[in-house]
Structures are given as C-alpha cells and as structure tokens.
Design a protein around this ligand. Structure first.
Ligand code: SF4
Ligand code: SF4
Length: 367
C-alpha cells in the first residue's frame, strides 16, 4: 500500500514537500558525533558547491514547498544566506523554514537572522541552536573553545528577536553521544533556563561519526531526555514550538514522535511507510539528491537534470528507490523523516491528537 501512496504523492506533488537542503559544506566546528565529516564528504560528494544561480534554478523548478531546512555544515557561513532564504521563499511559495546552527558566530548569525526575517515577513521561520551539554562537555564534544558561551549568547540574542517578530521561533537541539550522555539532566536544565519558551529537540548520534566511539550511547540516557520533556509538559513548564498557528500541533507531533522512537528502539514497531523519497528529500551542497540522509542510494545529481527537481523526483531511478525503501521495510529513528512519515501512517494520528489535547490542558492550567 505504501508503495502506491508514495508514488502517488510524488506524482501529484511533483517534488518533496519537506526538503533538507545543504547550502554549505563548511563548518566552524569539528563535532565528534558528526556524520557529515571529511571522510563522508570525500566518499560521497563532489567538491563544487552549488552557486546562488544554481540554487535559484533549482528553486525555480519547485512548484510549492511546505518546509525547507537550509543546512550544512553551517548554513550561516554563506555570505548570501539572506538572499538564498528570500529567493527560496519567493520562488517556491514556501510555507515554513528553518536553519540549524552551531551558534558559534553570534553576531553573524543574529544579523543574518534578522535580515532573513525582514525579507520574508510573515513566513514562519525557526533557528535551532545546538547545545550538547554544560560548558566543558559541549566544548569537548564540539572540539572548539568558546563554543558554549557563544551558543548561549546566540540563543539569548535570538530570543530577543523573537519578541519583535511573531513569526520567528528559537529551538535548541542536543545530540546525545557517548560523551554527553551522562549530562542529559544538566543539559536539560540549561536549555530550560536559556530557552524557556521554545522546543528542545534531542537527537541521537547516527551514521558513521567523526569519532566512531560517539555512537556508543546507552539508550536509557536518550530516553531520559525524552522523559524530562514529557515531565515538563505534564507540569505546564514546556512551551514547545511557536511562531505560527499550527505550532502546538508540531509540539504534539514531536511528543508522539518521542513515543514512536522509544518503540523503535525497543524493537516494538515494524518498519514500512517511510516517506523519505516522496514527501521528504535531501539535496546535498554539490547537487546530489537523496531520499534521506541515511541511505546511500542517490537519485542522481540535480546538475545532470538541468536543476529540474520534479524531473529527477519522478524518474525511474526515484521510483526504484522508493520501492526499495518499502520492500526492505526500512526503519530508523531519524527524527526529521520520522516526522514526515507520521503524516502518512495512520497508526500515529490518535497519539498526535492525544498529545495535542494534553498540551492544551497544560497550557490552560498554566494560564
Ligand atoms: S555536527 Fe553540525 S556543527 Fe558539528 S561539525 Fe557536523 S555539521 Fe558542523
Ligand atoms: S527509514 Fe530512515 S534510513 Fe530508511 S528511508 Fe526512512 S529515513 Fe531513510
């Protein structure tokens, strides 16, 4: 059934509605948990990054885009990041977008963020800053001095912007690895203090990290982070997503997703129904198009398809990869793609509604 659903989605919508676009291969950090490391890039990417004109041709081919993540490396490294965000919003009739960042170059990030907010008025935009633990832990994980103080300064400065732009939101992302798993509770307390009105997203190390040991995570520590968030929701201390009318639905979806991840980790959920390659897709900075970040099956390079995303997305190769994903009942805990897949998997819908009601109740208790 999911083969037909995914094929139909691709034909009708013509291109992914949840697009992760790598706009830079460069990064200020050298995180130990990073799968997007030199070894991975050498093995998988060509080294000529897409120019603004090439990105513009790509955007031109996209009829409509629900969600765009401009990522890297570090997207804010691009001097033309404001222009890229404006151009995509205009050409793709973009509904919502996000930039994840290490938060290292505070002034640069805050200035570019405000520039983006000004050129795209009213379009929900979120910046997610990475915070992997208390100062010593964060800097050990990220291999950089000053990384913690700068990330905190960035979160605080972005929250000042949030007060002035009601379509802007600030999130914090923590990636649990072998190096910070002992500090989950401490990290959660810091996040609650510096970003009390936003979402805390907790990921687990995946792929082949720069430091192979980074992946040795005791799942109970990852689960602990999820429990901390659920506890805050229950106590009315958690605001979650903001910046648009459906924000609380996204927080509810994230709560349901946390439960799904637990089931996957415990082996209690069957694979099948992943929407990578239909609703969701990834384009790397050299133009390589993939269904997701985890599978090593490329649909091809957008440069070889005249920057026409619907053409590559509806090619025979794309159909084969979509079918392969369903035939193998591919399953993983990649948070972004799990979110997208939950939209086409009815088994998750009652849980999302339940979590939304829970959020409504705790918000009203707090009010
Ligand atoms: S995890 Fe992100 S911030 Fe860290 S090195 Fe990799 S791309 Fe850069
Ligand atoms: S289950 Fe995970 S690895 Fe498999 S296609 Fe979906 S996102 Fe990719």
């Amino acid at each position: 059934m999911y083969k037909l659903i995914n094929k139909t989605i691709s034909r009708v919508l013509r291109s992914p509605q949840y697009l992760i676009l790598f706009v830079s291969g460069i990064c200020w950090m050298r995180c130990r948990h990073c799968w997007y490391n030199e070894e991975w890039k050498d093995a998988n990417l060509q080294h000529n990054q897409m120019t603004f004109d090439e990105l513009s041709r790509l955007a031109e081919s996209i009829p409509f885009l629900h969600f765009l993540s401009l990522t890297g490396g570090e997207a804010f490294v691009r001097r033309d990041i404001v222009e890229v965000a404006e151009m995509f919003a205009r050409k793709t009739r973009l509904n919502r977008y996000q930039i994840p960042t290490s938060g290292f170059m505070t002034d640069n990030i805050v200035k570019a963020t405000e520039g983006i907010l000004k050129v795209n008025p009213g379009i929900p935009f979120r910046v997610d800053v990475s915070l992997d633990g208390p100062e010593a832990v964060h800097e050990e994980v990220r291999n950089i001095q000053g990384g913690f103080k700068n990330a905190i300064a960035t979160i605080k400065a972005l929250n000042q912007l949030k007060k002035r732009y009601d379509y802007f939101d600030v999130g914090v992302i923590t990636t649990v690895s072998n190096q910070n798993q002992h500090a989950v509770e401490e990290t959660g307390a810091i996040v609650e203090k510096v970003n009390p009105d936003g979402e805390w997203m907790v990921n687990i190390t995946r792929g082949k990290p720069r430091d192979p040991c980074a992946i040795d995570v005791d799942v109970k520590n990852y689960i602990q982070a999820h429990q901390l968030i659920d506890q805050r929701i229950a106590e009315g201390r958690y605001k979650g997503h903001g910046g648009h009318l459906l924000a609380q639905w996204l927080s509810a979806k994230n709560a349901a997703r946390r439960q799904a991840i637990l089931k996957i980790l415990k082996g209690e959920m069957r694979g099948g129904g992943c929407a990578a390659g239909s609703l969701g897709g990834v384009i790397f900075n050299d133009g390589a198009v993939f269904p997701c970040e985890m599978l090593e099956h490329s649909l091809g390079n957008i440069r070889d398809y005249d920057f026409d995303l619907p053409r590559i997305w509806n090619s025979r190769r794309a159909d084969e990869i979509r079918d392969l994903i369903q035939d193998t009942r591919c399953i993983c805990t990649q948070e972004c793609f799990l979110s997208v897949s939950m939209l086409i998997q009815p088994r998750h819908w009652p849980n999302i509604v339940k979590e939304r009601i829970k959020l409504m109740k705790t918000t009203s208790v707090e009010a």
